[in-house]
Design a protein around this ligand. Structure first.
Ligand SMILES: C[S@@+](CC[C@H](N)C(=O)[O-])C[C@H]1O[C@@H](n2cnc3c(N)ncnc32)[C@H](O)[C@@H]1O
Length: 309
């Protein structure tokens, strides 16, 4: 069977079933299409680098799918979590991995250059690592600066004209400061929200109860944080998820940071990944307001100073 688009649609439909509702699916599909495009333009095998590769679901499945056109020895995953890397090595034995901090200049200096760099759900952890016990929340200006430095360092690992793909959380626009009113579907959902408000570490969550026990008003930003974490409440993963803010940059901040990092945005999509599950928990009472687009997928290219474009 020729490996046309229909072949790949079928391939990914089968291979990505276990991660059906996770946003990284969108990133994998986008990078798969990119690899197919680039492979038609060069005879050299493509080198992929993923910062924060975790268990290797993203880079591992891409290399597995495109082993004919990607370089296995020239591709690399980096992560500082030894436990995730052990799982990665078990699941994807052909993938080269390094245990280390991808914000560490010494580690970066020895990595070489790549054709595609992946940042999939990785930079929000750099942001969240800037939690300040004195402030009792993330030191936001310092954290944003650190994220931008990590983005620039990732861009620096690209060959001129190489591609950086980012998938991560999206902060609502600055203009959206208003409060919205939500109504929990039942007392269990309301109790889950209470746990969220008390235990979420990155930022102080504010809300006030109105119109009975199931209804609260809260800033749009805090709602976005709640709703994107709601799927973990009551689960084992909540203990690690409560420490992480998915959101750090608005779309405008992403755009500005990409330009400053020498990256030209070729495609940008905002998306929502779990709306069906959210509808089981809450209704939004504020007229004309829907669930937020809370993730972003950016495909960008390192500006090539020698290009005539
Ligand atoms: C949410 S997971 C995503 C894993 C993978 N990209 C995926 O989508 O399946 C984020 C990963 O980034 C890693 N990470 C976060 N900050 C890091 C840093 N500064 N250096 C190395 N790894 C980091 C974490 O250990 C974790 O494995």
């Amino acid at each position: 069977m020729p490996e046309n688009d229909a072949f790949w649609d079928f391939y990914w439909e089968n291979h990505l079933q276990p991660m059906e509702n996770l946003g990284k699916r969108a990133a994998i599909l986008a990078v798969s299409a990119l690899i197919r495009r680039l492979a038609g333009q060069t005879s050299q095998p493509l080198r992929l680098l993923e910062f924060g590769c975790g268990e290797g679901q993203v880079i591992g499945s891409l290399l597995e799918a495109h082993s004919k056109v990607c370089s296995l020895s020239g591709s690399l995953g980096v992560d500082y979590n030894a436990r995730f890397l052990a799982q990665c090595r078990q699941d994807h034995p052909y993938l080269r991995c390094i245990e280390g901090d991808f914000t560490d200049p010494d580690l970066l200096a020895g990595l070489g250059k790549f054709d595609i760099v992946l940042l999939v759900n990785a930079l929000h952890e750099v942001f969240s690592d800037c939690y300040s016990p004195e402030l009792n929340q993330i030191d936001i200006p310092a954290a944003k600066m650190r994220v931008e430095q990590a983005l620039a360092a990732a861009a620096d690992r690209l060959e001129p004209g190489g591609w950086l793909i980012l998938f991560d959380g999206l902060e609502p626009p600055q203009v959206v400061q208003e409060v919205l009113r939500i109504r929990f579907r039942d007392h269990r959902a309301r109790q889950g929200f209470e746990t969220f408000a008390q235990e979420y570490q990155p930022l102080q969550i504010t809300y006030r109860q109105v119109d009975g026990p199931l209804c609260v008003e809260l800033p749009w930003r805090d709602f976005t944080r709640y709703i994107t974490k709601s799927i973990f409440l009551g689960k084992r993963l909540w203990q690690s998820e409560r420490l992480q803010s998915y959101q750090y940059f608005t779309e405008a901040e992403y755009r500005a940071a990409f330009v400053r990092s020498g990256l030209e945005i070729i495609d940008l999509q905002t998306l929502t990944v779990n709306e069906e599950k959210w509808r089981d928990l809450v209704d939004i009472d504020t007229p004309g307001v829907g669930f937020p687009d809370e993730h972003i997928l950016i495909q960008s290219r390192r500006v090539d100073p020698n290009s005539s474009r």
